[in-house]
Ligand binder design. Structure first.
Ligand code: AHR
Length: 524
């Protein structure tokens, strides 16, 4: 029998201890210890001629009833402007290595095929001028992937001359006749896409010989891009884990180390999707905690992959002149039931918002080497920002993460240290929390904290050094379920809400909901 004192103590505990006590986690942030600049280009987008990514997603044509400017959807432009898209990679993807730019300029467009993506016809009504108009409308820069697989250096060189030259050549006059006398700016140039696979199944050595030729002859002639704002040339890089990919990086970087005056590269691309295993079989909606935890575990492998390839790059390029550009990343799930499997249609849930935050944080922690990334893809394809259906448009949870992260564009990385332990589910054990901090151009401190645990809230106490913190405010993104989504009929299920944060005695305190992404700014 228990003594009356023990029984009394048990009753008292039951009254005073809440059923679910939020775990307390201490963070420490010293704003005076800054790292590399978080290049705004890590928030880049990817728009391929694939499914409804371009046609219907961006391009509806000038005669459409859907409000548009010169054929480009106004609603989509408005939404993308708000997330300050730094660059858009176009026209592919696998599509790029079968793309012939001449077929999509001028008044007569050729109808071609898109054998990679559903075998549908390609109307070529969205070409160079329409793409440049689109990125101009959203305020982004061009990341053009040229055709190395089935094109020629001459074709690519002429495309660049057509786009960027100012001198009155025949191609420049043709561009003027087609409506654009002034040269276009091309900020980034991709020399092929996945040349180890859909881009031509090349060996690393064969690719390197092609890369040198394209780097030499595919010139940017824009007078404004000669001394300053030079076009960055991005070589094809690895596409996964294992010796095949480390060999690829070794070969390209070894060639770079020995490069001569006649050619150069400024970036090495990397593709890494969160997929667990091929073909993608996880569903994008209608899943539970098991799939949630497995997908997040898989996405965190981005860290090891970047570290591994950065280490190889360090060997050949210790000054980090060549950027690592993760120009395809994101969750890739089973095709949405009823959709054309070649169109890569999937829903976008709260899980994807968390997945996006984890990847962006990994890129930020590697900001000295990772100076670009492009989520796949921008609209209606894979982990999209935006889903459209005729005149309807909905912004996805991933869109809102990109919006919340705008202050991190070009901000200076500030390390955050903490030990939050692990979230476990079945055989999966992943860190409970993830966080980054950065200082913007005005000296304001920004903090992002992701609570991966779908069940437990977390109380944060962040010790702030190096600034005199006065107050803090922010937003948090969460939803009732790990697979909550935004739909045309219920567009605000997963949208950011204000969060209350307190600053006292140099300490910031706030409570994070389970499965949430939170961004807070600290006022001095
Ligand atoms: O994003 C879809 C496809 O994935 C791209 O076209 C290709 O580069 C990659 O394999």
């Amino acid at each position: 029998m228990r003594s009356p004192l023990v029984v009394f103590t048990m009753i008292l505990m039951a009254i005073t201890v809440p059923m679910v006590a939020a775990q307390k986690v201490e963070l420490s942030i010293d704003a005076s210890k800054t790292g590399a600049k978080i290049d705004r280009n890590i928030f880049g987008q990817f728009a391929e001629h694939l499914g409804h990514g371009i046609y219907e997603g961006i391009w509806v044509g000038p005669d459409s009833k859907i409000p548009n400017t010169r054929g480009i959807r106004n609603d989509v432009v408005g939404a993308l402007k708000a997330i300050k898209v730094p660059n858009v990679r176009w026209p592919g993807g696998c599509f790029a290595d079968e793309y012939h730019w001449r077929k999509s300029i001028g008044p007569q467009r050729s109808v071609t095929l898109n054998p990679n993506w559903g075998g549908v016809t390609e109307a070529n009504t969205f070409g160079t001028h329409e793409f440049m108009d689109f990125i101009d409308q959203i305020g982004a820069e061009a990341y053009i992937s040229v055709n190395v697989g089935s094109g020629t250096p001459q074709e690519a060189a002429e495309w660049l001359e057509y786009m960027t030259a100012a001198a009155p050549t025949t191609l420049v006059k043709e561009r003027a006749t087609n409506g654009h006398p002034a040269p276009y700016k091309v900020a980034l140039l991709g020399i092929g896409n996945e040349s180890w696979d859909c881009g031509g199944n090349m060996t690393p050595d064969y690719y390197v010989s092609q890369m040198k030729i394209y780097s030499r002859f595919v010139r940017n002639f824009n007078p404004a891009q000669q001394d300053k704002e030079q076009m960055l040339k991005i070589a094809v890089g690895p596409g996964g884990d294992g010796p095949r990919w480390t060999d690829w990086t070794e070969t390209v970087m070894k060639a770079y180390q020995q490069h001569t005056w006649s050619w150069d590269i400024n970036g090495l691309s990397m593709h890494n999707y969160t997929v667990v295993h091929w073909p993608p079989s996880y569903t994008s909606v209608g899943f539970g905690e098991t799939e949630y935890s497995q997908i997040l575990k898989s996405t965190l492998e981005m860290e090891g992959l970047i570290s591994k390839h950065s280490a190889i790059m360090d060997k050949y390029d210790p000054d980090k002149k060549v950027a690592l550009i993760v120009d395809e990343w994101g969750g890739w799930y089973a095709p949405f039931p009823g959709s054309n499997p070649g169109f890569l249609v999937q829903q976008n849930s709260l899980r994807d918002a968390i997945l996006a935050a984890l990847n962006l944080n990994i890129f930020a922690r590697h900001a000295d080497r990772v100076r670009g990334a492009n989520i796949a893809q921008m609209i209606n394809v894979l982990q999209a920002m935006i889903i459209t259906d005729k005149e309807k448009m909905v912004l996805t949870p991933t869109y809102y993460v990109f919006k919340m992260y705008v202050p991190f564009q070009d901000a200076t990385f500030v390390p955050v240290t903490f030990d939050a332990g692990w979230y476990t589910h079945g055989a999966v054990a992943i860190p409970r929390l993830d966080a980054i901090a950065a200082k913007d151009a005005n000296g304001r401190l920004w903090l992002e904290i992701t609570n991966l645990d779908p069940n437990e809230p977390v109380e944060i106490e962040a010790a702030l050094a190096g600034i005199t913190a006065k107050s803090a405010s922010g937003e948090t993104l969460t939803a009732p379920k790990v697979d909550s989504v935004n739909t045309f009929d219920a567009a605000s299920t997963v949208t950011p809400k204000p969060i209350s944060a307190k600053v006292q005695g140099g300490k910031l305190t706030l409570k994070l909901e389970p499965k949430s992404v939170t961004v807070v700014s600290v006022e001095q």
